[in-house]
Design a binder for this molecule. Sequence first.
Ligand SMILES: [Zn+2]
Length: 406
Amino acid sequence: MFDKIKYFWTMLILLSVGAWAEGGSADPELVTDGWHSHVISSGDSLSHIFQQYNVSAATLAALLRNPAIAQHLARIRPGQIVHLLKDQQQDLIQLILVRSTRESLRIQAQQPSGFTVVVDKKPVTTRIASAVGVIQSSLFLDGQRAGLSDAKIMELADLFRWDIDFALDLRSGDQFRLVYEEQVLEGRKWRDGPILAAEFIHRGERYHAFRYQDSQGDIAYYNAQGYNKKRSFIRSPIPLARVSSGFSKRRWHPVLQRWRSHKGVDYAAPTGTPIKATGKGKVRFVGWKKGYGRTVIVQHGREYQTLYAHLSRFVAKLQVGQRVAQSEVIGYVGQSGLATGPHLHYEFRVNGAHRNPLTIKLPRALRLKTQQLAAFRRQITPLSDQLAHLEPAVVVAKQTSYQADY
Ligand SMILES: [Zn+2]
């Protein structure tokens, strides 16, 4: 895996240098003879690289005497490329450090013995891209066919995670449309920017997500009515964990050996599995609580409390009064207190009363304040139009030409 990543980076950077040299105007000399190029690997140091290419230690010392240069060169990283140009006396004329596709450092000898440095940062512009697809096999395959990167597909799925269960629920013929930003470097796509608007048609039902920055500067996604796409609570503190014991008025307690109610849900998971706070809130209790063992209680607004018990440990420095974000890890599964094996005991309380976390109707997402709704609507109108005009190239029935058209 590591080798693969390293290979990927090396290729990426080699390609980027290729593209740069090809770009021409800035550095025609890069493709001429006399240059030595070296891909920095982990463990490399500048002095080793200089030795390898017969650049004197005195030159390195002269470079490092310039504080700006010293500062830049202290930050060389594996995968970056050093290009060295020397004259016939083996003196360094120029050093170019390609830091990324976008940024490089150019160090130039200045007579009699100094050096100057310039950072070349290529401008990045933004353009709008769009994609549309019909589900035939899976969100991943059909997303890729629509030209989306895996990361973008994940982002799309995440936007609609409260509307659609992508693991179980997706139907052939469901459709997605999105408008997103792309960052452009030298006329070519450099990397993906954020999704601006998206629509998912699931079983004939249309779901939307629009990116919006509110007056406090917070960026979030909202549906067309201005409700935040994120709910106040996620359903489970351990996504994908198996429920080993449900909420019940009466059950046989394996440790106490008697009938009693089970006021929460148990999730079976190995010791050490991270436990997430299901909603944003304030830590109200952290510590040992009798049969519950190591326990965290989080208060969410005035009405709601969640409790997480039998932990093996808490995250470092967790303390009462601390704010936690939704999905922030607060501790790890264990079997402290009265427990026969490692699991999480999770409770959901509304105004002090225990409720079944698996079936309770979770509170609706927050809506934009009235005074922001007008601005929100103005912003999403053109995006809605744009989404509406995206049509899959081929209707679902003509499956034969589907692949070719995407
Ligand atoms: Zn339990």
